[in-house]
Design a protein. Structure first.
Length: 107
């Protein structure tokens, strides 16, 4: 049996939208949607929420010297008032967040 053209077109559209959704899971977009409210766009924690919860500045030497695994652990398990994201994000998403945080620390 040969697949119909509408079925192939529908499958192509679904693949296009699913890959676009995956592309939106970049570290930058995840940081913007999950972290920026507290940590700020620059990672310095200079936001009303960040100040209220005393979030660490991601540029602080204590944070910068953390290994990628330690930083991923904080994102996964949470720390102090920061919630755990291990059940809401995949390990690949957490890794992309860590990589994005490292780019912020270089700025």
């Amino acid at each position: 049996m040969k697949p119909s053209t509408p079925a192939i077109a529908a499958a192509a559209v679904l693949m296009m939208f699913s890959s676009a959704g995956y592309a939106q899971d970049s570290g930058a977009s995840l940081f913007q949607s999950r972290c920026q409210m507290c940590h700020g766009a620059d990672g310095k924690g200079d936001t009303p929420t960040g100040k209220a919860f005393h979030v660490p500045n991601l540029h602080d030497p204590a944070v910068a010297k953390m290994t990628d695994a330690e930083l991923a652990g904080v994102i996964t398990k949470g720390k102090n008032k920061m919630p755990a994201f291990g059940t809401r994000l995949t390990s690949a998403q957490i890794d992309s967040l860590v990589a994005y945080i490292r780019t912020l620390q270089k700025q």
